[in-house]
Design a protein around this ligand. Sequence first.
Ligand SMILES: Cc1cc2nc3c(=O)[nH]c(=O)nc-3n(C[C@H](O)[C@H](O)[C@H](O)COP(=O)(O)OP(=O)(O)OC[C@H]3O[C@@H](n4cnc5c(N)ncnc54)[C@H](O)[C@@H]3O)c2cc1C
Ligand SMILES: *[C@@H]1O[C@H](CO)[C@@H](O)[C@H](O)[C@H]1NC(C)=O
Ligand SMILES: *[C@@H]1O[C@H](CO)[C@@H](O)[C@H](O)[C@H]1NC(C)=O
Ligand SMILES: *[C@@H]1O[C@H](CO)[C@@H](O)[C@H](O)[C@H]1NC(C)=O
Ligand SMILES: *[C@@H]1O[C@H](CO)[C@@H](O)[C@H](O)[C@H]1NC(C)=O
Ligand SMILES: *[C@@H]1O[C@H](CO)[C@@H](O)[C@H](O)[C@H]1NC(C)=O
Ligand SMILES: *[C@@H]1O[C@H](CO)[C@@H](O)[C@H](O)[C@H]1NC(C)=O
Ligand SMILES: *[C@@H]1O[C@H](CO)[C@@H](O)[C@H](O)[C@H]1NC(C)=O
Ligand SMILES: *[C@@H]1O[C@H](CO)[C@@H](O)[C@H](O)[C@H]1NC(C)=O
Ligand SMILES: *[C@@H]1O[C@H](CO)[C@@H](O)[C@H](O)[C@H]1NC(C)=O
Length: 531
Amino acid sequence: MKSLTIHTLIITIFFFTISTSFASPPRLEDVFSQCTTDFKPSNPNFPIQNFTYTQQDPSFLTILNNYVRNLRYFNNTTRKPVAIVAAADVTHIQATITCAKRLSLQLRIRSGGHDYDGMSYLSTVEFVVLDMFNLRSIEFDPKLDTAWVQSGATLGEIYYGVANKSNDLRGFPAGICPGLGAGGHFSGGGYGNMMRKYGLSIDNIIDAKIVDAKGRVLDRSSMGEDLFWALRGGGAASFCVVLAWKIKLVPVPGKVTVFNVETVGNRGGVNTTELVLKWQEIADKTDDNLFIRLTLSTSNKTVKASFMGMFLGDSAKLLEIMNTDFPELGLNKSECLEMKWIESVLFWLSIPPGTAPTSVILNRIPQKQIYLKRKSDYVQKPISRTGLDAIFKVLLENENVTMAWNPYGGRMSEIPSTETAFPHRAGNMFKIQYAANWFVQGEAVANECLSQTERVFEAMSPYVSENPREAFLNYRDVDIGTSLNSTYEEGKVYGVKYFKNNFERLVKVKSRVDPDNFFRYEQSIPVLSSH
Ligand SMILES: Cc1cc2nc3c(=O)[nH]c(=O)nc-3n(C[C@H](O)[C@H](O)[C@H](O)COP(=O)(O)OP(=O)(O)OC[C@H]3O[C@@H](n4cnc5c(N)ncnc54)[C@H](O)[C@@H]3O)c2cc1C
Ligand SMILES: *[C@@H]1O[C@H](CO)[C@@H](O)[C@H](O)[C@H]1NC(C)=O
Ligand SMILES: *[C@@H]1O[C@H](CO)[C@@H](O)[C@H](O)[C@H]1NC(C)=O
Ligand SMILES: *[C@@H]1O[C@H](CO)[C@@H](O)[C@H](O)[C@H]1NC(C)=O
Ligand SMILES: *[C@@H]1O[C@H](CO)[C@@H](O)[C@H](O)[C@H]1NC(C)=O
Ligand SMILES: *[C@@H]1O[C@H](CO)[C@@H](O)[C@H](O)[C@H]1NC(C)=O
Ligand SMILES: *[C@@H]1O[C@H](CO)[C@@H](O)[C@H](O)[C@H]1NC(C)=O
Ligand SMILES: *[C@@H]1O[C@H](CO)[C@@H](O)[C@H](O)[C@H]1NC(C)=O
Ligand SMILES: *[C@@H]1O[C@H](CO)[C@@H](O)[C@H](O)[C@H]1NC(C)=O
Ligand SMILES: *[C@@H]1O[C@H](CO)[C@@H](O)[C@H](O)[C@H]1NC(C)=O
C-alpha cells in the first residue's frame, strides 16, 4: 500500500517535472477530459473517461468515421474534434455541456450522423462531438400505444421493435433509410411513405426528455410548450440535447401493398411526359393510404421515371384506386406485392423481396460510404407539359443528378403550418429532392457532380416556391446560407427558407432558452440580442 503511494508520488513528480520543464500549456483535450471526470456518473460502472475518445486514442478516427454518411466531410484536412464523448449516461451529457461551455468549445451533437452537410461532426473552430449512439433504448408501454425512444436509436431499430412487439399491427411514420437517428431525424420533421396518412414523425411525438444549456434534465411539462413546439421541426441542435422522444405508434394493416413501376420512354403507349403530368394531378389528392414517389433520372440518354408506391391496404383495393385515379400508369396485379409492413421497409430500400431477413435493417454501419450532395424544393402549382419538356432536357444534360418528387396532401394538408416548427403544409403539392452520389475522391469529380446539381436546381427555379424558395431542414443544404458569426441577419437568410413564418417564433424560443447561444452551429437559430 505504502510503496504504491510512493510509486504514484514519483510518477506524479515525474510528469509534473516534464510538464513544467517544457513549460508547454496543458493540451485542450486533457483539460476537457479532466473537467468532465469531475462529474460523478449516476452509474459508477460508467466512468466518463471510458466513453471519451481524444485524438491520441487509436480508435479515435474509427469512432468519428462510424457515423459519417458523407465522405466529402471526412478527409485529412477536415478539422477533427478535440474529443468525442460517446455518452452512455445522462451525466455524460451534462458534463460535456458544462465543460464545453467552460472551455469555450463548440458542441456538435450526433445521433445517426446522416446530416447531408455533416453539421453533426464538423466545425470551423475547436469543438467536441457528443455522440449519442450508446443511448438507444426503446421502451414500449404495455398497450403498445406509445414508446420512449432514445436519440441514438435508429429508425431500423424502432421499426423492427415496433413490428416485433405488435405482431405486425403497429408502425411509425418516419424516414425510408433505417440508419437515420431518432435525434436528428425527428427534430428536423421526419417524413416517409406514410406521410399522407399520418403526417410526419413530429406529428406523432407527444413528449421529449432533453438536457438544456444549464445541464438541466427537462421534459415536455418542465421545458415549456414553446420549446417543445420548436423541437418538432425546428432542429433540436439550436436549443438543447434531446435525450429521448415519446412517440405514438400508429396502426398498420397486416398486409400492405407496394409496387415499383419503371418506365423509359413510354409505357403501354403513354409517354413519360404524359405520365408525369397525370401524376402531378393526382399524387397529392388520391387516397391518403396511397403514397407514390416519382423518381426521375437519366438512363441511356433517356429520362427514366420510377413510380414507387406504398399502399396501406390490399392489392385489390389499390388497383381499384389506381384504375380510377391513375389508369394511364396501367398498374397491373402482377406488379403489386403484398407483404408485412416491416417487409415493405426492405422493399423501399430496393432489397428484392425474400432475399434478406428483416433484421438487416438493424445494421448500423453501411458496407460502403459515399460522397453526396442533396438539395430540396417545394412545388405548389402544376408544372406544364412545356415545363416538363424543358426539365427533362436539363436532366439529360446533367445525367448524374436524380430528382425524387414526394407527394404531400392528405394529413399533411390538415395540420396547420404553425402547429409545429415545420412549416411546409397545405398548399404544397410535392417536395423535390435533388441528389448526386459519387464514389471516388477527387476535386474534379466532386466539382462536376456539384455543378450538375446546381444547374438542375437553377433550371427548376421557374417551377418551385419563391420568396422564400423553401427548403426542408432534414435535407440540409449549406448553399442556402450559413452563419459563422451567429447574427440574426445571417440566420434569417436560411431561417426563412427552412421555417417560413415560424422562423421569428423560433428566434424567440432560442432567445429564451439559450440566450448565451451555446447551442450554435453553421445553420442554427440565432438569438434576438445579436441583432
Ligand atoms: C441515406 C439517407 C436517407 C435519408 N432519408 C430520409 C427520409 O426518408 N426522410 C427524411 O425526412 N430525411 C431523410 N434523410 C435526412 C435525415 O432525416 C437527416 O439527415 C436527419 O437530420 C438525420 O438525423 P441523424 O440523427 O441521423 O443525423 P445527425 O447528423 O446525427 O444529426 C442531424 C442534425 O440533428 C442534430 N442532432 C442530432 N442528434 C441530436 C440530439 N440528440 N439532440 C439535439 N440535436 C441533435 C445534429 O446536431 C444535426 O444538426 C436521409 C438522409 C440520408 C443520409
Ligand atoms: C474503464 O477503463 C479502464 C481502462 O481501460 C478499465 O480498466 C476499467 O475496467 C473500465 N471501467 C469500467 C467500469 O468499465
Ligand atoms: C489521413 O491520412 C492518413 C495517412 O497519412 C490515413 O491513415 C488517414 O486514414 C487519413 N484520413 C483521415 C480522415 O484523417
Ligand atoms: C476535405 O474536407 C473538407 C471539409 O472538412 C472539404 O471542404 C474539402 O473539400 C475536402 N477535401 C477534399 C479533397 O475532398
Ligand atoms: C420478436 O423477436 C424475438 C426475439 O428476437 C423473436 O423470437 C420473435 O419471433 C419475434 N416475433 C415476431 C412477431 O417477429
Ligand atoms: C411525349 O410526347 C410529347 C408529344 O408527342 C413530346 O412532346 C414529348 O417530348 C414526349 N416525351 C418524352 C419523354 O419522350
Ligand atoms: C442504349 O441505347 C442504344 C441505342 O438505342 C442501344 O443500342 C443500347 O443497347 C442501349 N443500352 C442499354 C444499356 O440499354
Ligand atoms: C403486367 O405488367 C407486367 C410488367 O410490365 C407484364 O409483363 C405483364 O404482362 C402485365 N400483365 C398484365 C395482365 O397486363
Ligand atoms: C455520370 O454519369 C455517367 C453516365 O451514367 C457515368 O458514365 C459517369 O461515371 C457518372 N459520373 C460520376 C461521377 O458518377
Ligand atoms: C465574422 O467572423 C469573422 C471570423 O470569425 C470575422 O473575421 C468577421 O469580421 C465577422 N463578421 C461580422 C460581420 O461580424
